[in-house]
Design a protein around this ligand. Structure first.
Ligand code: FNR
Length: 393
């Protein structure tokens, strides 16, 4: 058992291990995406299509992976992105994420659907640590959440804007996971078949959603509270709404879920500090382009005036290096780290991030580069497949 855990290293290793440990409905919730899941696959496939040229005869003996983004310096060009329900996959997963991110010198963003409340962070937020927000129909309640986030010491707010409505994730529909407020018989049987998960889950019973704990009418269990919050997300949130948000939140504002250069310009004009090129891991609009193929045109549109982060299909350090050469300041991990935590907790996340760090370092050296700035300098130009050309020509 211990030996098998020691062998877990890559995102795919942890995905397989999480599949064994988790009830099917949770594995599918993490792994699944909208429609035929084409965009989810496309995100990863697009990285595989990009070739970078290794360079020889360069002195790469003195290297650093330090990266500057979100107004601070970090040890790696990486961040843990917002994953709703993370704490349902393993007791304490959100605490493990915070501690491990800090240990690796990288920031993380807690989800609007986190089980932790902003004021219950296991360690005080550090510069660049963020809380993610969905703008709700009730702007008073939205403002009250922002006040809690600011009072808890977060300097950065992520607002997710690719969820005007919720994507149709067919695995979740089949498993009965959409907007449920209590598990049905099939779900209970699924849970009983995964006793390791179930015993661990008993430790956090009854599960709660931190931000909604004291809301009247939101229900008393995590599932009820999550269904309530999901129903409150405002589909009328637009550019004017973003102006309102910019005026209301005094800290750093990051807009997550941008795929088009015009939307990137809108973020710039609204005074956002950074954006995340993201298609929500293919969980929203199936048919959207891979994020890495949308990146060059967006980086060009904002021309360094605001920060550019990217997520979607990041499974290896080499993917991060490719994103940096194409104009990203850093990348967010999604499923890769959710699976590591679900499969093996803190030890799993430490192993995954250690391997990411080694891969980023090795790739940088073999490309004849010595730093993130060096990677972004423009002469590590990748060979891009045809789908990229239309956005660059
Ligand atoms: C997400 N994502 C997400 N995004 C967000 O802004 N708020 C959220 O609450 C969540 N919740 C969430 C749950 C799960 C299970 C997954 C897999 C994803 C999207 C996430 O932040 C990120 O954009 C994608 O996961 C990136 O794609 P990859 O790396 O997972 O392919």
């Amino acid at each position: 058992m211990a030996r098998r855990r020691d062998n877990l290293l890559t995102a795919e290793d942890f995905r397989r291990a999480a599949r064994r440990r988790l009830p099917r409905l949770f594995f599918d919730y993490i792994d699944g995406a909208a429609g035929d899941e084409i965009t989810a696959r496309r995100n990863a496939d697009a990285f595989a299509e990009i070739a970078l040229h290794p360079r020889a005869l360069r002195d790469v003996s003195d290297r650093t992976l330090a990266a500057r983004f979100l107004g601070s310096s970090f040890d790696l060009p990486l961040m843990l992105g917002p994953i709703g329900s993370l704490g349902m996959f393993r007791a304490g997963a959100e605490t493990d994420a915070v501690r491990t991110a800090h240990r690796f010198g990288i920031p993380l963003c807690l989800s609007a659907f986190a089980m932790t409340a902003p004021e219950d962070m296991p360690e005080p937020p550090r510069p660049g640590d963020a809380w993610q927000l969905y703008v709700l129909k009730d702007r008073g309640r939205t403002g009250a959440i922002m006040d809690r986030i600011a009072e808890a010491g977060f300097d950065t707010l992520f607002v997710t804007v690719d969820t005007a409505v919720s994507g149709l994730r067919e695995r979740d529909i089949r498993n009965g996971l959409r907007r449920i407020t209590r598990p049905n018989a099939a779900m209970l049987a699924d849970m009983a078949l995964h006793p390791r998960w179930l015993l661990d889950f008993a430790r956090i019973w009854p599960p709660q959603m931190g931000v909604a704990r004291d809301w009247s009418g939101a229900g008393r269990s995590y599932l009820e509270q999550a269904a309530f919050l999901a129903g409150q997300i405002d589909p009328s949130f637009d550019g004017r709404g973003l102006d309102w948000l910019r005026a209301r939140w005094k800290g750093r504002l990051v807009v997550k879920g941008i795929l088009h250069p015009d939307d990137a310009r809108l973020c710039l004009d609204a005074g956002a500090d950074a954006l995340v090129v993201s298609n929500h891991g293919g969980r929203q609009f199936d048919g959207a382009p891979a994020t890495i193929s949308a990146l060059p045109a967006i980086a060009e549109a904002v021309a360094g005036r605001i920060g550019v982060l990217l997520d979607g299909g990041i499974r290896r350090g080499g993917d991060v290096v490719k994103a940096l050469t194409l104009g990203a300041d850093a990348c967010l991990l999604g499923r890769a780290y959710a699976f590591a935590l679900a499969a093996a907790g803190e030890a799993g996340l430490v192993a995954l991030l250690g391997h990411f760090r080694a891969e980023i370092d090795t790739s940088t050296a073999l490309l004849g580069k010595v730093s993130v700035a060096d990677l972004r300098s423009g002469d590590a130009v990748p060979d891009l497949p045809r789908v990229f050309r239309s956005s660059r020509d």
